[in-house]
Design a protein around this ligand. Structure first.
Ligand code: A3P
Length: 345
């Protein structure tokens, strides 16, 4: 009997003890939670005042552009107002040359904290329909940026389109103009390769490069072929020089941008009056791609899309030589006008 009573008492004590320990544990946890919920001083006053939000903004821009995020509802109008963000007309434009490395140049310049790129080619000045929409339409196509940043857009068709220099001049007569060039025959073959790929995608046949580049009647270079005409850089530049002084142009060596981009980018930084910020850290050679890729920070890096860096078809060496001879005098004039000499044949 006594034994039974003792066992009952032990059981009660065990239950009470468990309840007491449970209550203590609950209180400790609760107090901790309350402390987290109601800080002694507001969290903002414990932390140093936030820096202007450079990183998150650039992260958004890196992803797809803040405007896009705004449209998706990921960035609010309030955020944009708070950060004093604006859509600015470009202060510099990469006007060409198609297949010169315009995308690589834009993406690499976008590594600079003071540069914001317009991700898409806007085709405002070369497309009559877009141009008719007016300058506010153009501005609305620009990404959001801080007022101290400069916006850059690239539309390589600008370089060869008749009306564009006058239209850009009317927008901003002191705008800075970037032209990236490659050895003209290589550029023409690159141009051909892009069109060829488009045709193949649509299961269409296409002529060989040799047939397009050489006039079969005269056996001379076919200057009606667009890929050839685009590579006569001096002809196009001369049209631009009717509106802008040569000092407003900077010529980028597209072949060097492939092989060793940093020195070319540093020259552009200087031309744009920007402090030198792009460093070797931001550029790393990717052996699989065979090109330099971009490193924004420890988390973000990217290579250009596979459409950049296509394998070119083999071209008859006689045709290559003929084209190189054809371009030679135009190249000389180009060097003379721009003050930049290349080792082109
Ligand atoms: P290819 O495809 O002939 O190799 P654009 O952007 O004006 O269309 O120019 C495309 C060219 O950019 C490519 O021509 C490629 O050679 C060149 N390019 C320069 N730097 C590059 C990079 N880092 N990654 C990929 N392509 C690059």
């Amino acid at each position: 009997m006594l034994f039974k009573q003792q066992a009952l008492l032990r059981q009660k004590l065990f239950v009470l003890g468990s309840l007491a320990i449970g209550s203590v544990l609950y209180l400790v946890a609760r107090v901790g939670t309350l402390d987290r919920l109601q800080p002694i001083c507001p969290i903002e006053s414990r932390l140093p005042p936030p820096e202007p939000e450079q990183i998150p903004l650039r992260t958004l821009q890196f992803k797809r552009g803040l405007l896009h995020e705004l449209r998706k509802g990921n960035a609010t109008k309030e955020q944009i107002r708070l950060h004093n963000l604006v859509q600015q007309l470009p202060r510099a434009i990469i006007i060409g040359v198609r297949k010169g490395g315009t995308r690589a140049l834009l993406e690499m310049l976008n590594l600079h904290p003071a540069v914001v790129k317009a991700s898409q080619e806007i085709h405002f000045f070369d497309n009559d329909q877009n141009y008719a929409r007016g300058i506010d339409w153009y501005r609305e196509k620009m990404p959001f940026s801080f007022p101290h940043q400069i916006t850059i857009e690239k539309s390589p068709a600008y370089f060869i389109t008749e009306e564009v220099p006058e239209r850009i001049f009317k927008m901003n007569s002191s705008i800075k103009l970037l032209i990236i060039v490659r050895e003209p025959t290589t550029r023409a073959v690159s141009d051909y390769t892009q069109v060829l790929e488009g045709k193949e995608r649509k299961n269409k046949t296409y002529h060989k490069f040799e047939k397009l580049a050489i006039d079969s009647n005269t056996c001379e270079v076919n200057t009606k072929y667009k890929a050839v005409r685009t590579s006569i850089y001096t002809k196009h530049l001369e049209r631009w020089l009717k509106y802008f002084p040569v000092e407003q142009f900077h010529i980028v060596d597209g072949d060097r941008l492939i092989a060793d981009p940093l020195p070319e980018l540093q020259l552009v930084e200087r031309f744009l009056n920007l402090p030198s910020r792009i460093s070797q850290y931001n550029l790393y050679f990717n052996a699989t791609r065979g090109f330099y890729c971009l490193r924004f920070n420890i988390v973000f890096n990217k290579c250009l899309a596979g459409s950049k860096g296509r394998i070119h078809p083999d071209v008859d060496p006689l045709v290559v030589t003929k084209l190189q001879r054809f371009f030679h005098p135009f190249n000389q004039k180009f060097y003379q006008i721009t003050g930049r000499t290349f080792n082109w044949p």
